[in-house]
Design a protein. Structure first.
Length: 226
């Protein structure tokens, strides 16, 4: 029996996790259509792929085009890249929350979003606090399933080098073996594994809210079968 194919919608496909995620979505038999939204066109073509160039500050004007079964949100930046805390908040909170609100109103089934290890709305660390506030806002939205991925340090080739992450990656290669037991969640993880875990979670079609820490992500990535 052939299952009806679905539509995937992804934001942030030009980023580290998002670029891996887009490639996996295009490979997956689950989807016959993949919509990628962004500020610029991606340098790729595929029979399944439809690109939509948008202004995230006016996301509501595109709401009739943001219709899909599974929503993948890989939006994210750093304060350095954004230029200010205000701009960082806009990308990592406002854009994400607006994207979730519009797609839930369009009756999307699942929302899968990349957050971060340590996300906590009450954290004294601005980055973690913003991520936590975003999580708290999207969780009660009326999707069938909400999946929040909280990876530790991401490994993979970035278009823009991040000095702190480069140092962290070197340290992880040196001392990562010491992170065992409850410390495993702090081990660095390949960005590609996060993308694999997102697709795996979507294929389970589960209901409710699920948090995916680094170790869960690693296990789910190994279970993905394209």
């Amino acid at each position: 029996m052939t299952l009806p194919q679905k539509t995937a919608l992804i934001a942030g496909a030009s980023g580290l996790v998002g670029s891996y995620c887009l490639r996996l979505l295009l490979q997956s038999n689950r989807y016959d259509k993949v919509i990628a939204i962004g500020r610029k066109a991606l340098p790729m073509q595929h029979p399944k792929l439809r690109q939509l160039i948008i202004d995230f500050n006016k996301l509501d004007t595109y709401k009739h085009s943001l219709i899909a079964d599974d929503i993948y949100c890989c939006l994210g930046t750093t304060i350095k890249e954004a230029g200010s805390k205000e701009n960082f908040y806009q990308v990592d909170h406002t854009y994400v929350v607006n994207f979730a609100a519009i797609t839930s109103a369009n009756f999307a089934s699942q929302f899968l979003v990349v957050s971060s290890l340590g996300a906590n709305a009450n954290s004294p660390i601005f980055y973690s606090r913003v991520k936590g506030q975003m999580e708290n806002t999207v969780q009660p939205m009326p999707f069938l399933g909400v999946h929040i991925f909280q990876p530790s340090l991401l490994l993979g080739p970035r278009q823009q080098k991040r000095f702190g992450e480069n140092i962290g990656a070197v340290l992880m290669k040196t001392v990562g073996f010491l992170l065992v037991g409850p410390l495993k969640k702090y081990k660095a993880i390949a960005a590609e594994d996060v993308a694999k875990a997102m697709l795996y979670a979507a294929t389970q079609d589960g209901a409710g809210i699920k948090m995916h820490d680094t170790e869960t992500i690693r296990k789910e990535a190994s279970l993905l079968n394209l």
